[in-house]
Design a protein around this ligand. Structure first.
Ligand code: PRP
Length: 182
């Protein structure tokens, strides 16, 4: 697996520091509130688990699975909910947890989708942001770090469902994905 990696972009230590900073901020801001984290699967899985373990106030969590792609790797521009949340959020303070924001399409859709359930508030927490790829402006409440527009995997992020288990954020060698993505 490591043979497929061109370079490590963000180390385990850097990720850990980032997660602790975000969790500390969230714990301060939501003290005394009914906090619910909604993780956007599958990419958020590891980030969500790390964030939860570093939050020091009472917190619930749920997950939602959305897909912006039709068949293959070409984005259809349409979001589909594959698995809805199984947790009550009415009147609660929700934060959507994403591993990566790219065009912003997914988060814009999910924010409106979750608002229909009448939460008290909806914030957004993103580990990694590719601002150069944005098509739909989105206000990020808690941001880990900006990253360049490179093909990254690891820490939950995949290529064809693989590499999610790499503990760092890595840049994949071109020959692995050449001809397979847009
Ligand atoms: C990735 C990522 C976000 C979305 C961001 O998910 O986890 O959910 O794309 O892209 P956008 O800002 O252009 O909408 P992906 O569809 O790859 O699924 P995954 O989480 O299962 O890896």
């Amino acid at each position: 697996m490591l043979n497929d990696v061109k370079k490590v972009l963000i180390s385990k230590d850097e990720i850990e520091t980032m997660v602790k900073r975000l969790a500390e901020q969230i714990s301060m801001d939501y003290e005394g509130k009914q906090l619910v984290l909604i993780g956007v699967m599958k990419g958020c899985l590891i980030f969500l688990a790390d964030l939860l373990r570093n939050i020091t106030i009472p917190v619930e969590f749920g997950t939602i699975t959305a897909s912006s792609y039709g068949s293959g790797t070409v984005s259809s521009g349409q979001i589909k909910i594959i698995n809805d949340i199984d947790i009550e959020i009415e009147g609660k303070d929700v934060i959507i947890i994403e591993d990566l924001v790219d065009t912003g399409l997914t988060l814009n859709y999910l924010k409106d989708f979750l608002r229909l359930r009448k939460p008290k508030s909806v914030g957004i927490c993103v580990a990694f942001d590719k601002p150069s790829r944005r098509k739909n402006p989105i206000e990020i409440t808690y941001k880990g770090m900006d990253i360049p527009d490179e093909f990254i995997v690891g820490y939950g992020l995949d290529f064809n469902e693989k590499y999610r288990n790499l503990p760092e954020i890595c840049v994949l060698k071109e020959e692995i994905y050449e001809g397979l993505i847009d």
